[in-house]
Design a protein around this ligand. Structure first.
Ligand SMILES: [Zn+2]
Ligand SMILES: [Zn+2]
Length: 518
């Protein structure tokens, strides 16, 4: 007799479901096991083989744990806000809600057919009002505690998707969604202050059992460095040009400085600068380039010397020319650097091109040929001369800087705060009201969820405004604080908002009182 796979599997899958054998008990005396897989984005194409592969490992472990007598929580849900669904809605005119429901139904059917032992009573969908109510609640808690703030900034902007993207979503200067080239645009941006957690994230890596290369990726992304902040004075002005360096030991080798073209001191001392026109022209050129293009190591070095501003080396007293160049970014560190061409490749290339002095302060290389980045004995460095160990030279320099009051030891991170708003419809509305009198006012907790209004046209407005900005009944509201006329924030949160806490919701997915019972 021929074995009928489809019928046999269906028979047992129905039996499993009826018996509730994959159901995790809320309370139980059994030992606990929580198997968490990354929940899928339900796309129109249905599941792909990568989903099966990703979920099969923990499927095996979860089944084993059940047989070993554990109370197993092995849940699944759907990370369903986001651009692909919205773009599909723009193209077809079908509401993202409908598209999402259809895709979730298809995914659910497929996941069941594969035979995964998920607890289907705990399914979460990040786009459901009873779920995103708590995403908004978390946002407001973070706002209350200063972890959410708003600022104007140059952002990565995809002109095709008409959306602001994080650095993580625009790697290589391309949009992660449509692969168009990213441009830089000045926008109001909501940020999550994730940099506050940089050290905690680093320390936490010691406690988790990740693969070494995964840990290394995290470490590099956080990019913690130790060094010093140094204040260079500007000749003839009561002003400091502040920089950060990981190599304060090379301070005697500084022969020029570089500011980001957008540095605020340029505007402040515009009347002292004799070549402002040339600087303006250069800055305009930079505005057309992406961050990726600007900071690539191998590209030809460009820049303009600032005529009329001169820095003074705080330890040697030497006068140092200042340039603007696109490889220094305003968003990183202090937006200015000290350049030590003898011991840094990028500074070396720049110095060669502009005919700037190159002073060796660490012995060991041949600086007539190339920069020397290795260790060696300090030379041409006054009180550091003769020191052979980098660490000792750095400590000594920092001590001198602190004594002279021109600098101090410091820490920097590569990681930046998270640009957390999108000009799109299919996301959680940011629950903030803008009042002319009161400023930014949170929507009262009792009024959550702040629901997405029903709309017909999902296309973003010109200039990249959220489609919500076109809905007067949504935009115009009363200020929760003073009762006056006010306007709602029309940006929404990125897809990652709901997927940052779903693992907590699985524990208690139906709770209306809090995001999950303590
Ligand atoms: Zn795009
Ligand atoms: Zn008000």
């Amino acid at each position: 007799m021929k074995y009928d796979f489809a019928a046999t599997e269906k028979k047992w899958q129905e039996k499993w479901e009826k018996a509730g054998i994959f159901h995790a008990a809320d309370t139980s005396d059994k030992p606990k096991f929580y198997g968490l897989v990354e929940f899928p984005y339900p796309s129109g194409a249905g599941m792909h083989v990568g989903h099966i592969k990703a979920y099969a490992g923990l499927e095996v472990v979860s089944r084993k744990r059940r047989m070993q007598g554990y109370n197993v929580l092995y849940p699944i849900g759907f990370d369903a806000f986001g651009l692909p669904t919205e773009n599909y809605a723009i193209k077809t005119g079908i509401h993202p809600r409908q598209v999402t429901d259809k895709n979730i139904a298809r995914f659910s059917e497929q996941l069941k057919r594969v035979g995964f032992s998920f607890d289907w009573d705990r399914v979460v969908d990040t786009t459901e009002e009873k779920y995103y109510k708590w995403t908004q609640w978390i946002f407001l808690k973070m706002f209350e505690n200063g972890l959410v703030f708003r600022d104007t900034a140059l952002v990565n902007y995809c002109p095709s998707c008409k959306v602001v993207l994080s650095n993580e979503d625009s790697q290589g200067g391309k949009c992660d969604i449509c692969h168009s080239d990213i441009v830089q645009k000045s926008k109001d941006v909501w940020y999550l202050r994730i940099t506050k957690y940089a050290d905690k994230l680093l320390e936490g890596l010691e406690e988790v059992d990740y693969l070494p290369n995964v840990k290394m990726q995290q470490v590099n992304w956080i990019g913690r460095s130790t060094g010093a902040f140094v204040n260079f004075s500007l000749k003839g002005i009561d002003e400091k040009l502040r920089i950060y360096t990981t190599r304060p030991d090379t301070l005697f080798g500084v022969t020029f400085m570089v500011m980001a073209p957008e540095h605020p001191l340029l505007e402040k001392y515009r009347d002292r600068i004799t070549n402002a026109g040339a600087l303006d022209a250069y800055r305009e050129e930079c505005a057309k380039k992406t961050e990726f293009e600007r900071t690539q190591m191998n590209k030809d070095k460009t820049g303009v010397r600032i005529e009329g501003l001169t820095a003074v080396n705080p330890v040697s007293g030497k006068e140092i020319p200042i340039y603007i160049s696109d490889y220094v970014m305003i968003g990183y560190g202090t937006g200015a650097i000290m350049a030590v061409p003898a011991h840094d490749d990028r500074d070396y290339a720049f110095a060669k091109k502009f005919g700037i002095d190159i002073i060796e302060v660490i012995k060991g290389g041949d600086i007539s040929k190339e920069a020397y980045a290795g260790d060696g004995e300090m030379v041409n460095s006054d009180f550091l001369d003769g020191i052979k160990e980098k660490k000792i030279a750095i400590e000594k320099m920092v001590k001198v800087l602190e004594e002279k009051g021109v600098g101090e030891a410091g820490v920097q991170y590569k990681m930046k705060d998270w640009a957390f708003n999108r000009q799109r419809y299919w996301g959680e509305p940011i629950p903030i009201v803008h009042c002319e009198k009161c400023g930014m006012v949170p929507v009262p907790y009792s009024e959550l969820p702040l629901k997405l209004p029903q709309i017909e046209n999902f296309a973003p407005g010109e200039g990249g405004e959220s489609p919500l900005a076109k809905i007067d009944s949504f935009v115009n509201c009363k200020c929760p604080k003073c009762g006056g006329a006010a306007k709602r924030e029309t940006d929404t949160m990125p897809q990652w908002a709901g997927s940052s806490w779903y693992f907590l919701r699985y524990i208690d997915p139906l709770n209306d009182e809090c995001l999950a019972d303590h």
